[in-house]
Ligand binder design. Structure first.
Ligand code: MF3
Ligand code: CO
Length: 258
């Protein structure tokens, strides 16, 4: 069942999404060689609490932390760890949610740790661009498959593959609502998009092949071929003509420049 949000509800989701973006912006300058992913997670958790919100990932089906910290060949759901220390040339995808005023916000961004290879730069650029290709299709009257197909077409044309087992989703009072928003699919297929649906579009894109496997910890989703993956996520409200993007990467990118 797909919930259509009121304007007031969308504003509450936006408030959370902006807090997620602020949290990612706070972390951005600290994503540096020598730092552990657990340290970044602790800072994020504290920041979220200091802003009067909760971190709903913690405890979600037993997930142990406030954030997901996915390094290199980890696609999503990497568990922050004291022993995962960032090195020059790595890439780190940080995915987190906040909850306040009864609603949830969700966004993710992949950071380069210091200078990364040209091959990896191209992966990050293409994955982020594919997110906006998907968002262009998130308008009333289109179908979910139009978003999926736009992402798939863009990434496969660049020689990458789109993860199958993990998908985007509706969001609201719950972190995961209908509809599912795959990063591959056919134009004109899937549920019809209507104004004031709120969905998370989150391309998870691999340099190599698309299959993933889950580590023995039950969470860490890694590419089977161990080639690297990127992940960018925005929550958007579907509108007539043009989607309203609720999270804001410009906060993160400003923090990275300074
Ligand atoms: N932001 C993630 C998503 O879109 C949620 C992380 S799963 C959790 O699915 F278990 F870590 F919370
Ligand atoms: Co999500």
């Amino acid at each position: 069942m797909i919930y259509i949000k009121t304007e007031e509800e969308i504003e509450k989701i936006r408030e959370n999404c902006l807090l997620v973006s602020q949290t990612l912006a706070m972390l951005a300058p600290l994503v540096k060689p020598g730092v552990s992913t657990k340290y970044l997670d602790s800072l994020a958790e504290e920041f979220i609490k200091d802003h009067g919100a909760e971190a709903p990932c913690k405890g979600y089906h037993g997930y142990p932390n406030a954030t997901c910290m996915s390094l290199n060949d980890v696609v999503v759901h990497g568990i922050p760890s004291e022993s995962t220390i960032l090195k020059e040339g790595d890439i780190l995808s940080i995915d987190l949610c906040t909850r306040k005023n009864g609603f949830i916000g969700d966004s993710a961004y992949t950071f380069a740790v210091g200078e990364v290879s040209d091959e990896v730069k191209r992966l990050l650029k293409t994955t982020k661009e594919s997110l906006y290709k998907g968002i262009e299709m998130a308008v009333a009257g289109n179908r979910v498959g139009d978003i999926s197909n736009a992402i798939q077409t863009y990434c496969e044309a660049a020689g990458y593959s789109c993860v199958r087992e993990m998908v985007g989703h509706g969001i609201g009072k719950s972190m995961h609502e209908d509809p599912q928003v795959p990063n591959y699919g056919r134009r004109g297929q899937g549920p019809m998009l209507k104004s004031n649906m709120v969905i998370c579009i989150e391309p998870m894109i691999n340099i190599g092949r698309y299959p993933i496997s889950i580590d023995p910890d039950g969470w860490t989703a890694r590419t089977r071929d161990h080639k690297w993956a990127a992940h960018y996520e925005h929550a958007v409200a579907v509108r007539k003509g043009k989607a309203d993007i609720l999270s804001d990467f410009s906060l993160i990118e400003k923090a990275l420049e300074s």
